[in-house]
Design a protein around this ligand. Structure first.
Ligand code: SF4
Ligand code: SF4
Length: 309
């Protein structure tokens, strides 16, 4: 079983559109949407959700008011200013001077470091795992799709990506599926590292702009650190042919296999509106170019993997 991760270094390069087409062209694969902060692969891959699994992320501290002895230790110890002292609830018939002050933890500010739990003299602080989102196992025409939705303002996206990849590997193994394709998140942060680690190869989707080139260089470094083979394609290549030429030159000078150029094509937008991958929807120039990218990537993977073996 081989793993190919598609990354871009920045958003808006057309990475997900390319992933959806490759996932359509691959005869048998598991596809993962690892862009968990802004998951949208499911919008262009017709699918049926078979299973929903809660995602348990980090811990949050919570004070049990019945045990709290109001010592204030937690306020002093919390480095994230997550604990505050607030007026308690007024009971019916209670006088203002009888209001009980409470120590409260703001779940948004709490970083789950557990320091307050450790220092609380009354064992009044619970420390529970939080449900931060949902993971989905879906059926598509040529294999399963593993995707997720992270709750608003929730963190732990790196952990979630790792869990999705683990799930995909198990599924590929159980069903004898030879390939996992991962739609990686933009940037070079924790979730991207989680998407690329232990991948056999990455396909960088870039665009012919200065920022595209800048981000391409950053993700190439990351892929090198992870020992993944690196392939690259240029999306909307015809919008700046000189810049595309520079990118090709960079590839030949930096041991990157050039997988192809995809021209600007309005069919990309139209396919999204129809909820289909580009190659499902169109036989236009961009769709044909993506098919060529897929052929090159499969060929490179076969060669590289044989060499690795
Ligand atoms: S450290 Fe424990 S006992 Fe003291 S105020 Fe905080 S929760 Fe209450
Ligand atoms: S777990 Fe850490 S961040 Fe959260 S309230 Fe306690 S000390 Fe503050």
């Amino acid at each position: 079983m081989k793993e190919l991760t598609i990354i871009s270094g920045k958003g808006g390069t057309g990475k997900t559109s390319v992933t959806a087409s490759l996932a359509t062209l691959a005869p048998s694969r598991v596809v993962i949407d690892a862009d968990v902060d802004a998951a949208n692969l499911f919008l262009t891959l017709p699918h049926e959700v078979l299973e929903t699994i809660p995602f348990e992320g980090g811990h949050k501290a919570r004070i049990d008011q019945s045990l709290c002895i109001q010592c204030g230790e937690c306020v002093d110890r919390c480095c994230f200013d997550a604990v505050t002292k607030s007026p308690g609830q007024k009971s019916p018939g209670q006088d203002a001077q009888d209001f009980v002050e409470e120590y409260l933890i703001d779940p948004v500010s709490c970083e789950g470091c557990k320091v307050c739990v450790h220092f609380c003299p009354a064992d009044a602080i619970t420390f529970e795992r939080q449900i931060c989102g949902e993971k989905y196992i879906s059926k598509t025409d040529n294999g399963p799709m593993i995707h997720a939705r992270l709750g608003i303002a929730e963190e732990n996206s790196g952990l979630l990506v790792s869990q999705l990849r683990e799930q995909a590997r198990k599924m590929a193994k159980d069903h004898d599926i030879p390939l996992i394709i991962t739609d990686g998140p933009p940037g070079i942060g924790c979730p991207v590292i989680a998407s690329v680690s232990n991948a056999d190869a990455v396909l960088i989707v870039t665009e012919p702009t200065h920022s595209g080139i800048h981000d391409m260089v950053r993700v190439k470094k990351l892929a090198d650190q992870m020992n993944a083979a690196v392939y690259l394609c240029v999306n909307k290549a015809d919008l700046n042919p000189d810049m595309t030429l520079n990118i090709k030159k960079f590839c030949s000078e930096n041991a990157i296999q050039f997988a192809g150029e995809i021209p600007f094509d309005r069919d990309v937008i139209e396919s999204m509106k129809m909820g289909q991958s580009l190659v499902q929807f169109s036989r236009g120039p961009a769709a044909l170019a993506v098919e060529k990218v897929w052929q090159n990537v499969s060929e490179y993977m076969k060669k590289t993997m044989n060499r690795l073996l």
